[in-house]
Design a protein around this ligand. Structure first.
Ligand code: F6P
Length: 319
């Protein structure tokens, strides 16, 4: 394979630029030509494609967001859209494509694979919800953003003896809430993957108050309910002075952490290695600190699992 493309798709994530950089530099190192597809699958369909050189990805490893831009593209869910995308790739003589994104982006990569076009999925999303990899690019940086916010909120919560609800992203997954809640010492964490009882949560808050703990931080994953809805119920059940912080899209930004830069570099480079070997229809990931690859179609069939033992630990440590 002498000519490949790379695109970023779906919600952007810190570290995507490091992954793009690794794809471009690894490809050029192995005397391949590499083309950037701008604005995700929308840019693929409309031909927003430009050859990249080693300088194109200079000075971006430390920058959040994605230099290739991203977009959500309903048209690529259609056979017609997928065929238009492949026609564009063939017009530029591109023989394989690296897709950096989340589960929606993997669906597009799966479609290209099913049309016989070699594609490699690189897990780039803050949600950490891609089956087959322990971590996704952007997750670590998002965690650090959230715990920075929790630490700041804890200052004012203790000053005013308030109960704070912190709503975090993650779409249908609870990884951001669980890991940031554990790291931030949250008194209660709500995730879509675990049952919860509002009355029990309220009773626990009251018991804490009785023990003299006058403030609490509760982390709610957006996939469970909105922070404002949760806060209203808790205020109703306890009568406590509550406030809600919805962290929103700041979790998607910021300079990527070292962990995300290294993960992105390893995964982006390995994606190119697979294309060099003429492989397609694969996704790359990390398991027990080993870089792995697996069938992208099988991957999408597997459910995402949150670490239940970690969830139990968070329960134990917030007694
Ligand atoms: O998938 C990443 C993510 O940030 C989710 O956690 C969140 O629910 C969603 O994207 C928000 O999508 P948008 O940026 O289109 O509002």
């Amino acid at each position: 394979m002498k000519r490949i493309g790379v695109l970023t798709s779906g919600g952007d994530a810190p570290g995507m630029n490091a992954a793009v950089r690794a794809v471009v530099r690894k490809a050029i190192y192995h005397e391949m030509e590499v083309f950037g597809v701008y604005q995700g699958y929308h840019g693929l369909i409309t031909g927003k494609i430009k050859q990249l050189d080693r300088g194109s990805v200079g000075d971006i490893i430390h920058r959040g967001g994605t230099m290739l831009r991203s977009a959500r593209c309903l048209e690529f869910k259609t056979i017609e859209g997928q065929k238009q995308g492949i026609a564009q790739l063939e017009k530029y003589g591109i023989e394989g494509l690296v897709v950096i994104g989340g589960d929606g982006s993997y669906m597009g990569a799966k479609a290209l694979t099913e049309h016989g076009f070699p594609c490699i999925g690189v897990p780039g999303t803050i949600d950490n919800d891609i089956p087959g990899t322990e971590f996704t690019i952007g997750f670590d940086t998002a965690l650090n953003t959230v715990i920075d916010a929790i630490d700041k909120i804890r200052d004012t919560a203790s000053s005013h003896e308030r109960t704070f609800i912190v709503e975090v992203m993650g779409r249908h997954a609870g990884d951001i809430a669980l890991w940031s809640g554990l790291a931030g010492g949250a008194e209660t964490i709500l995730i879509p993957e675990a049952p919860y009882d509002m009355n029990e949560i309220a009773s626990k808050l009251k018991r804490s108050q009785e023990r003299g703990k006058k403030h609490s931080i509760i982390v709610v994953a957006e996939g469970v309910m909105t922070g404002s809805k949760f806060g209203a119920i808790i205020e109703e059940l306890t009568g406590f002075d509550t406030r809600v912080s919805v962290l929103g899209h700041m979790q998607r930004g910021g300079t990527p952490s070292a962990a995300d830069r290294v993960l992105a570099s390893r995964l982006g480079a390995y994606a190119v290695e697979l294309l060099l070997q003429g492989k397609g229809g694969r996704a790359v990931g990390i398991e027990q600190n080993k870089i792995v690859d697996y069938d992208i179609i099988e991957a999408l069939a597997k459910p995402h699992k949150v670490d239940q033992r970690m969830y139990e630990l968070s329960q134990e440590l917030s007694i």
